[in-house]
Design a protein around this ligand. Sequence first.
Ligand SMILES: Cc1cc2nc3c(=O)[nH]c(=O)nc-3n(C[C@H](O)[C@H](O)[C@H](O)COP(=O)(O)OP(=O)(O)OC[C@H]3O[C@@H](n4cnc5c(N)ncnc54)[C@H](O)[C@@H]3O)c2cc1C
Length: 120
Amino acid sequence: MPYAAEAVVLATGGLVGKGLESDRTGVREPVLGCHVPHAADRYEWFVDDVFGDQPYARFGVRTDERLRPLGPDDEVQYPNVTVAGATLAGADVAREKSASGVSLATGLVAGREAAAEAAP
Ligand SMILES: Cc1cc2nc3c(=O)[nH]c(=O)nc-3n(C[C@H](O)[C@H](O)[C@H](O)COP(=O)(O)OP(=O)(O)OC[C@H]3O[C@@H](n4cnc5c(N)ncnc54)[C@H](O)[C@@H]3O)c2cc1C
């Protein structure tokens, strides 16, 4: 039975889960193909200090203020998609000890935005 959605919240987790995939060639968001900004040279994905400010910890999908994913051109990639939780770029939640807080707060906003998109 196929189901169609007018709006989608992407909350599939980050590098630890299945929400972001990486290998030696790059980092990807596998479900919708949202853009995941990262340096082309993978030696720039980390710093030697294991407790340092690790670039890979901030990998994820960048969004606008409504949590809609941004493409490589900084334009909204999918207007009816919002992104929440560990899939998002920008915060090093392990260092901040903020993972659940970021997930809860952005989940609320992403859900509200999706509901508004589906029933304007
Ligand atoms: C070991 C560990 C300890 C942690 N300790 C803390 C802590 O002390 N404090 C804290 O604040 N946070 C902690 N966290 C982080 C926190 O628990 C959450 O993992 C984090 O907030 C991310 O939540 P999320 O909902 O964005 O993603 P996730 O919790 O990863 O949820 C993503 C969900 O999407 C599903 N999914 C992925 N791909 C697909 C697909 N294609 N189709 C269908 N479903 C899919 C996954 O199965 C999963 O259920 C810890 C995490 C880990 C791994």
